[in-house]
Design a protein around this ligand. Structure first.
Ligand code: PNS
Length: 162
C-alpha cells in the first residue's frame, strides 16, 4: 500500500489543492493531507477550521485523511510510514522554493522522495493568498474554492468589516 502525504498550510484549501489531491489518488493508495499550523504565516483560519474545511471538501474521496502535523515533515513521514511527499508545481516561479524544500527534506532523511504534480491549467494561477484578497473585496469565489470555503471566507470578511 503506497501512502503519500500532501503537506501545506491550506489557508484555505482551494480548488487547485483539491485537483492535486484527486490526481495524487491515481498514484497513491492513500493520501494524508497534513496541515501545518505555520503561525509565521499568520493564517486567517485557525488550524482546526482549516482541517474542518478540508474534511468537508474531501468528503467524497474515501482514501483521503486529514491530519494536523507539527515539527519536521521528514520525521512525521517516518512515524506514519509515508512513502513520498506530494507537492504542486503551478509555474516556474514555484520551482526554486520547492526544489530547496525537496532537497532539504532528503538531506534530513535520505529515504524521503518528493513527487511534483501539475494542477490543471484552470487552477494554475490560484493561490490561497490571492483568493483571500478577492474575498476581502467581496469578489466572486465560486470558481476558486469549494462551497464550504467560499462561505467561511465571506463570514470571515463580513466579521472583519463590522
Ligand atoms: O503550503 P505551504 O505553506 O507552502 O507549506 C509549507 C510546508 C508546511 C509544507 C513546510 O513549511 C513544511 O514542511 N513545514 C514543516 C517543517 C519542516 O519540515 N521544514 C523543513 C522542510 S521546508
Amino acid at each position: 500500500m503506497k501512502i503519500g502525504v500532501y503537506p501545506g498550510t491550506f489557508d484555505p484549501i482551494t480548488n487547485g489543492h483539491l485537483d492535486l489531491i484527486r490526481r495524487s489518488l491515481h498514484i497513491f493508495d492513500r493520501v494524508i493531507v497534513a496541515v501545518a499550523p505555520n503561525p509565521k504565516k499568520q493564517p486567517l483560519f485557525d488550524i482546526h477550521e482549516r482541517v474542518a474545511m478540508i474534511k468537508e471538501a474531501t468528503r467524497d474521496l474515501p482514501y483521503v485523511e486529514v491530519e494536523i502535523f507539527e515539527g519536521l515533515l521528514a520525521e512525521y513521514m517516518k512515524r506514519k510510514g509515508v512513502h513520498a511527499i506530494i507537492r504542486g508545481l503551478r509555474a516556474i516561479s514555484d520551482f526554486e522554493h520547492e526544489f530547496m524544500m525537496a532537497l532539504l527534506n532528503r538531506k534530513l532523511d535520505s529515504d524521503v522522495e518528493t513527487v511534483f504534480l501539475m494542477p490543471s491549467e484552470e487552477y494554475s494561477y490560484i493561490t490561497s493568498s490571492a483568493i483571500k484578497e478577492v474575498a476581502s473585496y467581496g469578489g466572486l469565489l465560486k470558481d476558486f474554492v469549494p462551497p464550504v470555503v467560499a462561505r467561511r471566507l465571506r463570514e470571515q470578511f463580513q466579521k472583519k468589516q463590522k
